[in-house]
Design a protein around this ligand. Structure first.
Ligand SMILES: [Zn+2]
Ligand SMILES: [Zn+2]
Ligand SMILES: [Zn+2]
Length: 299
């Protein structure tokens, strides 16, 4: 059965220090203030998802955890909780019984658009039970996200402001820098906040949902451990069976060699005696005396 987790995460831009929302299981983030692009290692967000999965059984609807995490990728403020999927804007429950990869649907209550995408491979590797993400913004790595990015590159409607020095109309687009030169008087014009925000709307942290299904990482790991242990035991057993008889044989061989050697010496000795002209009777009497300790058969 599917399990749903709602996540809301914010981090801080590594260049300008302003908050940057993390609105989905993404691998890159762009600061809307300084345009610096940050790459995320999957560890941080995957950690939140795995923590949620491990806590899932103990959580009731709406329960979860929030906190701050400081790691290699920066500082993250996070909130996650267990939910049955509902719209972040109007609260109406979302019908997502059969998610299709790279699809989009609208909330039945307020019409807000949601994008469904397979959890990126980098995250799926770390969180084996994470299947789909349901995000208000398309994931930049998904097909919808790439299309959205291409749209974003088209020139937007310009915003017009008057040059503070000469009063001539300056037409600004999103491509303009925070400080822009006036084409007429050459003055360096600092774009005021209201105009700048109009050109670069601040992204807010929005809730996103992860669809989890199947065994979570911890369950898979403990299963693997049990399997490994069983395999190790079986291997050890097989090894003992292989080694056992050989070992006993090994202990037996030196004794056989000693006894064999003794008889070889006796036979050699009797041959030498007969060669020297001893009668068989005399040899037998010598042999019986030598063989006494071994209880050699005598007449
Ligand atoms: Zn920044
Ligand atoms: Zn809604
Ligand atoms: Zn001017």
């Amino acid at each position: 059965m599917a399990r749903f987790g709602c996540f809301s995460i914010r981090t801080v831009c590594r260049s300008c220090g302003l908050p940057v929302p993390v609105n989905g299981p993404v691998l890159t983030l762009a600061c809307t203030e300084c345009f610096d692009e940050m790459r995320l290692t999957p560890d941080t967000l995957a950690g939140f998802m795995n923590d949620f999965e491990e806590e899932y059984e103990g959580l009731s609807e709406g329960e979860g955890r929030s906190g701050t995490l400081m790691g290699g990728d920066g500082t993250f403020n996070y909130t996650y909780h267990r939910i049955s999927p509902r719209c972040g804007s109007c609260g109406k429950s979302l019908e997502i019984s059969s998610p299709a990869e790279n699809s989009a649907f609208r909330c039945g209550g307020c019409g807000k658009l949601y994008h469904v995408a397979a959890v990126p491979e980098e995250y799926a590797k770390e969180v084996p039970s994470a299947r789909f993400s349901i995000t208000p913004e398309p994931l930049p790595e998904s097909a919808a996200g790439k299309a959205d990015e291409n749209n974003g590159k088209k020139p937007e409607k310009p915003v017009v402001m008057a040059c503070p020095q000469c009063g001539v109309a300056l037409s600004l687009t999103a491509a303009a820098g925070r400080i822009t030169g006036c084409r007429y008087c050459g003055a360096e014009v600092y774009v005021p906040d209201p105009v700048w925000l109009r050109l670069h709307p601040v992204k807010t942290a929005e809730d996103w949902i992860v669809w989890f299904e199947g065994k979570n990482r911890k369950q898979l790991e403990s299963e693997r451990r049990v399997k490994d242990l069983e395999e190790e035991k079986a291997e050890l057993k097989a090894w003992r069976l292989r080694k056992g008889p050989a070992k006993r044989k090994g202990r037996f061989w030196p004794i056989l060699a000693v006894i064999g050697g003794f008889f070889v010496v006796l036979i050699g000795f009797s041959l030498v005696l007969s060669y020297l002209g001893y009668e068989p009777e005399q040899i037998r009497s010598v042999m019986s005396r030598i063989g006494k300790p071994l209880d050699f058969p005598r007449h």
